[in-house]
Design a protein around this ligand. Structure first.
Ligand SMILES: Cc1cc2nc3c(=O)[nH]c(=O)nc-3n(C[C@H](O)[C@H](O)[C@H](O)COP(=O)(O)O)c2cc1C
Length: 228
């Protein structure tokens, strides 16, 4: 497959055929994904393969709890967990928590997370991250850039093996318990729970903003960038 096609068609897949992803395939995916870039090439990521049903159930419970929080934010029309959210919006979202639980879908992805073919908990050794914005007086974003290209590579590599998947992050709200679950010390951050499997549906067209909508010249309010 052409690289361009792969980038344009690797969407989030949350519904899987009831087929396993074998260890050899999983290994091959990680073996390609490891060529992701990272700050100082420190490769701070660690991957925990989770197949045990009881462990998956515990992770599902944490995920689902966080998912209800996510939905509660959607119910009040704010970007869930936005760093710019006000305290007022946050309490408003908390007040919608039981409504979010009532909206739970028994067939939903979160509700059935324990049944996915395979889960990868991706964590990062904070001591190995080059987080150049760590001293700025705002929400920190740079450290993640040393891990998420790797996570994305996992999903691209999965395509190569006719697998689909999704990078998830909501469960990081329960990072302490996830850390306990995988036996990670406090200097490790949970970056993502990546789910992989054989997609139930065919590839679909992805909806994204056009280049003109997010690219300008010289300044944020500069002229729109267009090819000459
Ligand atoms: C940083 C990040 C966090 C995400 N967290 C979740 C998540 O917790 N649960 C989930 O189901 N999808 C999660 N996603 C998947 C996004 O919902 C998905 O990439 C987006 O909606 C675009 O979907 P599409 O590629 O199918 O169009 C996450 C994606 C990214 C990049």
């Amino acid at each position: 497959m052409e690289l361009s096609e792969a980038m344009r068609t690797t969407g989030a897949v949350r519904e899987y055929e009831p087929r396993d992803v074998d260890d050899a395939t999983l290994y091959a995916i990680l073996d390609d994904a490891r060529f992701a870039p990272s700050g100082g090439n420190r490769q701070a990521w660690r991957v925990i393969v989770v197949r045990d049903l009881e462990q998956r159930r515990r992770i599902r419970d944490l995920y689902l709890d966080a998912w209800h929080d996510y939905v509660a934010h959607l119910l009040i029309g704010v970007v869930p967990f936005s760093p710019l959210m006000t305290d007022e919006q946050r309490s408003h979202a908390v007040s919608q928590r039981s409504a979010a639980e009532s909206a739970s879908d028994p067939q939903g992805f979160a509700e059935n997370l324990d049944r996915v073919p395979v889960m990868l908990v991706v964590c990062a050794d904070l001591g190995a991250l080059a987080a150049s914005d760590r001293d700025l007086d705002r929400y920190q974003i740079v450290g993640g850039a040393s891990v998420y290209p790797f996570v994305w590579n996992i999903l691209l590599a999965a395509r190569q093996h006719d697998l689909g998947g999704v990078m998830t992050t909501v469960a990081t709200r329960h990072e302490d318990r996830l850390r306990q679950e995988i036996g990670a010390p406090e200097n490790f951050a949970i970056a993502s729970i990546v789910v992989l499997g054989h997609a139930q549906r065919q590839v679909r067209l992805l909806a994204r903003r056009s280049v003109e909508e997010f690219t300008t010249i010289g300044r944020l309010d500069g002229p729109i960038f267009l090819p000459t």
